[in-house]
Ligand binder design. Sequence first.
Ligand code: ATP
Length: 311
Amino acid sequence: MSPILSVRDLEKTYEGGFQALKSVSLDISQGEVFALLGPNGAGKTTLISTICGLVQPTGGSIQVGGHDAIREYRAARQLIGLVPQEMPTAPFEIVGDTVAMSRGLFGLKRDPALIERILKDLTLWDKKDNPIMALSGGMKRRLLVAKALAHEPKILFLDEPTAGVDVELRHDMWRIVGELKEKGVTIILTTHYIEEAEQMAERVGVINKGEIILVEEKQELMRKLGRKLLKLSLSEPLDAIPEELKGYELVLEDDGTSLTYTYDTHAERTGITSLLTDLASAGVRFQDLQTDQSSLEDIFVGLVRENRDQA
Ligand SMILES: Nc1ncnc2c1ncn2[C@@H]1O[C@H](COP(=O)(O)OP(=O)(O)OP(=O)(O)O)[C@@H](O)[C@H]1O
């Protein structure tokens, strides 16, 4: 099946020369939930804004549902709903009106029944006659989702949907995403949190400094994130791994002075206890041991640390 969204070699250099996107390529299938994970300033908002036509790219191309996002802007934009990080609307606007107006902006016929359903789904129906300023922060977040859905988009972008929200609203957002997915809406969300990507997404892309450095199926990513290394410094160097330890897929390193075992922290059994017993019966002694995170976790922790250091 051809992707509903296809981004090719996308570049964005802001006025002043800062390159926020460096040749980003990405394909998203219809109906999938994709999380774009990355630290502050990685380029997540720039990427979304460029796809939604709010920011002009300086290179590359974007196809949305087969439409070129620049040459066929209106057709492409019609398919997209965008939930921004913050409420850009006027505080005096009435909740029900502002959602209906969002639909009108796309030149679509009024559909009060649809607006009612959207407001009810987002538990905003009893606030429909209130001005936006009378809503709590959490309700404003829900209203942003309602406005983005009013023209029945096929692709919904959620920019940091749970940044700064309480636990209850975070779970609500996860539920809303699940329900939209059931209806066949393609969802792309940005987040800082591995946990959030794990909860919601089927596929995860990691972006850093304007480059997508990894795209993985969530299951595969979590498997890698869950991997750890156990490194044993041996008392006496080994020429080879003893036959009875072959099942552990150990790696002999550092001129035979260290053995490394990879295990899965999510597994019911890590295999460490039996490894240590089998090492003893094979007569392999060690003087020290240390554990290490898997390389993927290193990447992400490294990204976040780098970002914090720069802040
Ligand atoms: N209008 C602009 N002019 C110049 N530089 C900009 C502009 N908008 C964003 N940038 C820069 O581009 C980089 C990427 O910003 P962007 O907002 O896309 O990151 P992000 O991953 O969404 O971060 P956050 O998680 O903080 O929202 C940042 O270094 C930012 O300062």
